[in-house]
Design a protein around this ligand. Structure first.
Ligand code: NI
Length: 255
């Protein structure tokens, strides 16, 4: 029993063989997934997929790299979608200082607008962070994001920052990087953060876990993430699967 909390099955990389990808996920024990949309085309496709497949849920938001493109109409559209029964979160949203398409100040504005919206519609948020940890933590605190909570997606920071996020009502989601041979911080986080506050994800088609690193990622590989966490925590994969699935269902309010 596994819950992949972050997939991009709405990406064009899955156009050719989506059915096969889904059946491999089922075989690997993946029961539910959240398809994350972050701009017009990916949100549209995520909504199509959740209408089509019972076991899929959606998260809708605006990516920080493209913050400069977000219009008022886009935000209104996201608010409308938020009332759809299969939309379980807003995001991914956050800050990305690796790419400079959108200035930092614009990214911060768009991030804050989405936090406000999440509080209005009472949905948790999925956070994308790249090279912007301190600003993210500051904004979450200033904007009172604790009220809705959410997920630090594909978390790559230290145990100390992870702990700070947990105290702000956020779950820490670990993906492929926790399995990489040279990964130090994600392995420490997996050990230090209580399993009741951890989630698992693939972020497919990106960041495939070892030994598939560099290849296209897919939801079936979330099992490799769960195995690594089980190993680090000296638990069984069944326990890790069960508890992280319960965590996800609680956060997303899925029965
Ligand atoms: Ni993503």
């Amino acid at each position: 029993m596994l819950f992949d909390t972050h997939v991009h099955l709405n990406a064009e990389q899955f156009n050719e063989d989506l059915e096969e990808v889904m059946s491999r996920a089922k075989e690997a024990g993946v029961e539910n997934m959240v398809v994350v949309g972050f701009d017009r085309p990916t949100i549209t496709r995520a909504m199509e997929l959740v209408e089509q497949y019972e076991f899929l849920y959606a998260s809708v938001g605006w990516h920080p790299v493209d913050a400069i493109d977000m219009t008022d109409e886009d935000l209104i559209w996201i608010e409308e979608l938020a009332s759809h029964p299969k939309v379980v979160a807003l995001g991914e949203m956050g800050l990305d200082y690796h790419w400079d398409k959108s200035p930092k100040e614009v990214q911060k504005e768009v991030f804050k607008k989405q936090i406000h919206l999440a509080k209005k519609v009472k949905l948790p948020i999925i956070i994308h962070n790249r090279e912007a940890t301190q600003d993210i933590v500051d904004i979450l605190r200033e904007e009172g994001a604790e009220e809705v909570g959410g997920i630090m997606h594909c978390f790559s920071g230290s145990s100390e920052i992870a702990q700070e996020c947990v105290e702000m009502n956020f779950y820490i989601s670990l993906g492929g990087p926790v399995t990489f041979k040279n990964a130090v911080k994600p392995k420490e986080v997996a050990k230090d953060i209580p399993i009741e506050k951890l989630l698992i994800e693939t972020d497919c088609p990106y960041l495939a876990p070892h030994p598939n690193r560099g290849k296209r990622n897919e939801p079936a590989y979330v099992k490799l993430v769960a195995e690594q966490i089980a190993d680090l925590k000296e638990m069984t994969i069944e326990e890790v699967g069960k508890i992280t699935t319960d965590n996800a269902k609680k956060l997303f309010n899925i029965n």
